[in-house]
Design a protein around this ligand. Structure first.
Ligand SMILES: Cc1cc2nc3c(=O)[nH]c(=O)nc-3n(C[C@H](O)[C@H](O)[C@H](O)COP(=O)(O)OP(=O)(O)OC[C@H]3O[C@@H](n4cnc5c(N)ncnc54)[C@H](O)[C@@H]3O)c2cc1C
Length: 388
């Protein structure tokens, strides 16, 4: 067996690219003890897809997820535990809590499987890009590749398995690493393969600067304000009559991906319209700020989704995500703002970080009050602290 990888061995792919706080691995093993099982999982998938998903594929996923988790555990991937069982949470579009939690997103999967591949002495050619399939009489008999030095290679094989990931780089703004460019589709289609389900992809509000990160849907629970390049709130300008920004945002707090199935869709539509109208930031996004959000009241209410995910003390870290994302910072004008770590949809009005996130992002926490407009820089990256 030979594995050819365009990126670096054990360090490439979307699976290695941590752009969310944790990886959610869905297994319908009823860890939450609320009557989950493969049939419920399949039903959830088909409901969310509004009957456009292939039930055969949904069944394979639901039935094999448990075995896949055990396989990964066998090779050293750790899933978070709670008491004697697994920690699970109810993710977007799920009717039961079944998302098992891998800290560090999915990096541990690549590390564990890479280590096992090395132990088994499986041949690896990394920094090697497969550019075409060699097909004779309808059979794939090998591939043409380019090595890191640009020298072409022919690799002959009895069987060829393409696992080149998705095609997110066809979008100007995306959450994927630069080498995920749909190469598998581009090679397989001219070779005669039938491609299916290409329309199933996730789009959602994410942060653009100072680092790219998925914007956790539970944070919408704080009712942040979306503003344009001039600091003017714009959501209400693009809503149909009768809909309030609060109602639309409340729905958005229930799921990350864009969905046409509820009124949360008006958030993404409004953002795009604001950008189309020339109201976007220089980076091609918009701003979001939490300055007027009343976190004290919010965190006091344990039924709120944000309370389940985010810690509730200055630097406190509690809840399902073991890393704090929000904490208080005194401004020199006497006001307090809430800092947000490791995220930022687009570009936020206030972009801040926690000590732990700082470690992750290369930033260092500072105890001194931040002045409005202060720009702090470390490792050549800038963080804007903007207060109104
Ligand atoms: C922000 C974010 C959050 C996510 N959260 C979750 C989640 O919570 N739960 C979940 O289930 N999924 C989640 N996903 C999706 C999940 O990460 C991906 O579906 C998964 O990692 C894809 O794995 P893969 O092995 O198919 O591809 P990748 O991990 O992308 O691997 C593709 C590999 O192919 C190589 N390659 C590409 N082209 C070539 C070529 N021409 N020649 C040789 N090698 C090539 C690349 O170098 C890479 O090593 C998330 C994705 C993102 C971006």
């Amino acid at each position: 067996m030979l594995v050819a990888i365009k990126g670096e061995f054990r360090k490439s792919g979307a699976t290695f690219h941590s752009v969310a706080e944790v990886g959610a691995f869905n297994v319908p093993d009823d860890a939450g003890k609320v009557g989950d099982g493969p049939d419920v999982f399949v039903e959830d998938i088909l409901n969310a897809a509004q009957d456009m998903a292939d039930p055969r594929l949904a069944r394979i996923l639901a039935q094999e997820a448990g075995d896949a988790m055990q396989y990964l555990e066998k090779y050293g991937v750790t899933f978070e535990k709670s008491g004697n069982g697994y920690l699970v949470f109810q993710a977007c579009f799920s009717s039961r809590p079944r998302s098992h939690v891998i800290p560090e997103h999915f990096k541990p999967i690549v590390k564990a499987l890479g280590q096992e591949a090395s132990r088994r002495q499986i041949g690896v050619l990394d920094r090697t890009m497969i550019v075409d399939l060699i097909v004779r009489d309808g059979q794939c008999v090998g591939v043409i590749a380019l090595g890191a030095d640009g020298v072409p290679l022919i690799i002959r094989s009895k069987s060829t398995i393409l696992t080149t990931g998705g095609a997110s780089q066809i979008f100007a703004k995306n959450l994927y690493p630069s080498h995920i460019t749909g190469d598998g589709y581009a090679m397989a289609y001219p070779a005669g393969a039938r491609l299916a389900n290409l329309e199933f992809m996730q789009a959602g509000v994410s942060t653009l600067t100072p680092f790219v990160n998925l914007f956790g849907n539970y944070l919408w629970d704080a009712q942040p304000r979306l503003t344009d390049r001039n600091g003017k709130p714009f959501l209400a300008d693009y809503l149909p009559a009768g809909l309030s920004p609060e109602a639309v945002i409340a729905q958005k707090a229930k799921h990350f991906p864009f969905s046409a199935s509820d009124i949360s869709r008006y958030i993404e539509i409004a953002i795009q319209q604001a950008i189309n109208d020339g109201r976007g930031s220089d980076e091609g996004g918009v701003y979001m700020d939490f300055i007027d959000c009343d976190f004290e009241t919010l965190f006091a209410d344990k039924t709120r989704s944000i309370t389940n995910y985010v810690g509730n003390s200055d630097l406190g870290i509690t809840g399902i995500i073991p890393r704090g994302e929000l904490f208080r910072v005194p401004l020199t004008d006497g006001r307090t703002v809430w800092r947000i770590s490791r995220l930022v949809g687009m570009r936020l009005g206030i972009i801040l970080w926690s000590p732990i996130a700082g470690e992750f992002a290369g930033y260092k926490e500072t105890d001194r009050p931040c002045q409005s407009g202060t720009v702090l820089a470390k490792h050549g990256r800038h963080v804007h602290v903007r207060a109104r």
